[in-house]
Design a protein around this ligand. Structure first.
Ligand code: J2J
Length: 537
């Protein structure tokens, strides 16, 4: 395994192989198999391309040759930050086949995050779009290359300026010896709760298994058309069963450049989309627009909703409006995936977050002392299984607390189990804000705020929000004359933070409430802010 990763203990690995979960195929070989079996079928559609499996496969092999010539080696880490375009998938599969390891950054990440991903993974290359939504990624790349010595190549999809154009890497199809199925295929980003986001190593074996098990639950086949509206670098649209599940099934993947209803609804109709995924606020926006849009959405069979709590009222409106099945998905990039099943009764589909996808997913719900809670009582969710990681990448110290000694991942979620064995997410113990599915590690933002000379103390907490579920509020104790909230927000933005992490609200206070042991009491802060906010619930 890649240096800095934790392998499954041998007896678990043997069991997962024997059960057939780990098939011994790599993600690159999976695509090759499809390119042979369904060569002429359409695999990937974006604004500018309609690629058959045969064409897509050949373009991937062309990039394998190009990356090799450039000097990208097996096991090299490559930070990939691209929007929902076919090139993302070509680069991803080329790196899979080469045995290089993509680190999947979101388009919203900025210099603070990208620099850290590059440094921490000692990346040798960084792949970007030229511009998107008015932001010039080449400026970001210039800043990051100046700071990270390991970064030798910047590859640009579009106008390269002083960097290398992706188009220049296209060669006649080449081959590479390829990685082993137990090798790390990619590094995903964790939602995180501590100072710096963690990287999540997923192997070909484990990732392909979670993709295939998910595809089975969603009954994907060659008839399936998956619309990727969420950012493709996220685990949900990529693999639950998402893009990879659809490609493995020989179906068609449609990439929506934007998640807005004026892009998505016409695409559902035009491409006869059968399944798509949204976070709850996005599902709400689509719902609001669908009725009046006049688009025929009757091809849509499954709308998956996950990433954050779906309110019962929104859940109830989805099926009548879209005429499709709602599937709740409770997942995490670290592994464990729970789905409601398509034929589950209403009360499970509308009011639970599903059950684990694998028969060998092990779940424990425990109290603060790691003791099992009484059945039906909320507790901390711990998970272990054939596709749940045993450790974050190069995070030896953090892993000691993030996992139990017997290898269960501490999800940080508070859940309860229904008598049917379904999970209901009741809350969160991790110090994170879930802003409509975008995860904000409180401590990361606090550290940025604390870097301001006029900030003595900072605490970031979630505040309820009707649209996003949660927004973030920063409480600041000034050092000397108080800075204005606008000045603090400008300061944080200038430090290069993704926009969704910039606090939605800033409160300047004289002191922060403390617990008996002198820690900041975030519960008291949340209560204070709640009293102050008009709610209609
Ligand atoms: C409440 N909270 C949820 C849900 C995730 C599929 C779907 C989602 C993710 C994802 C994913 C939730 N209700 N239905 O990777 O493959 C919160 C929990 C969880 C955290 C994980 C996938 N679904 N959550 O959201 O790694 O707190 O993955 O631990 O971004 O999101 O976040 P992330």
């Amino acid at each position: 395994m890649l240096f800095g990763c934790t392998a499954w203990p041998a007896e678990f690995a043997a069991r997962y192989r024997q059960a057939g979960y780990w098939s011994g195929q790599t993600l690159g070989d999976m695509l090759r198999e499809r390119a042979v079996t369904v060569t002429e079928r359409i695999a990937v559609v974006d604004d500018e391309h309609r690629l058959s499996y045969g064409e897509f496969d050949a373009r991937v092999d062309g990039l394998v040759a190009g990356f090799r010539e450039l000097g990208v080696l097996p096991r090299d880490r490559v930070v990939v930050q691209l929007p929902n375009i076919a090139a993302f998938l070509e680069v991803l599969f080329a790196l899979f086949r080469l045995g290089a390891v993509p680190v999947l950054a979101l388009p919203s990440h900025r210099s603070s995050e990208i620099r850290y991903f590059c440094e921490h993974s000692a990346a040798s290359a960084y792949v970007i779009a030229d511009t998107d939504l008015g932001f010039d990624y080449r400026t970001l790349a210039a800043e990051v290359t100046a700071a990270v010595p390991s970064l030798r190549h910047v590859i640009v999809c579009g106008e390269p300026d002083r960097f290398t154009a992706l188009e220049e890497l296209r060669r006649p199809p080449g081959t590479a010896p390829g990685p082993a199925p137990g090798d790390v295929a990619l590094l995903l980003l964790s939602g995180g709760s501590t100072g710096l986001p963690k990287l999540i190593p997923r192997t070909h074996d484990d990732y392909l298994y979670n993709v295939r098990a998910s595809a089975q639950v969603c009954r994907l086949g060659p008839h399936s058309t998956y619309l990727a509206a969420l950012p493709v670098a996220h685990n949900f649209p990529l693999s639950s069963p998402g893009i990879l599940g659809t490609l493995d099934a020989g179906g068609k993947v449609v990439l929506a450049r934007r998640p807005a209803p004026d892009t998505v609804l016409p695409l559902i109709h035009a491409e006869q989309v059968t399944i798509t995924a949204a976070v709850p606020p996005l599902a709400g926006v689509w719902l609001g627009a669908a009725a009046a849009s006049g688009h025929d959405l009757s091809s849509l069979k499954i709308l998956q909703v996950g990433g954050a709590t779906l309110s019962t009222s929104l859940a109830q409106r989805i099926e009548p409006t879209f005429g499709c099945t709602l599937q709740q998905v409770f997942g995490m990039a670290e592994g464990l995936l729970c789905y409601t099943r398509l034929d589950d009764p209403d009360e499970l589909r509308l009011a639970t977050q599903g059950r684990p996808v694998s028969p060998d997913d092990e779940i424990r719900i425990v109290d603060d002392a790691d003791q099992p809670v009484a059945p039906g009582t909320p507790g901390h969710l711990l998970a272990r299984g054939p596709y749940t990681i045993r450790g974050y990448y190069k995070a030896e110290q953090h892993n000691v607390t993030a996992f139990t000694t017997d290898g269960f991942y501490r999800t940080g979620d508070i859940v309860r189990l229904t008598p049917e064995g379904y999970l209901v997410v009741e809350g969160r113990a991790k110090d994170q804000i879930n802003r409509g599915g975008d995860k904000i590690p409180a401590q990361e933002v606090e550290n940025h705020l604390l870097a301001h000379p006029a900030v003595a103390e900072a605490a970031v907490v979630a505040i309820p929000d009707e649209y996003l579920g949660e927004r973030s509020c920063a409480f600041i104790v000034p050092r000397g004359p108080a800075p204005t909230p606008a000045e603090l927000l400008r300061f944080v933005r200038q430090r290069g933070l993704a926009a969704f992490k910039v606090p939605d609200r800033v409160e300047i206070v004289e002191a922060l409430p403390k617990t008996g042991v002198g820690k900041v009491s975030k519960n008291d802060l949340r209560a204070a802010v709640r009293q102050d906010i008009p709610t209609d619930t």
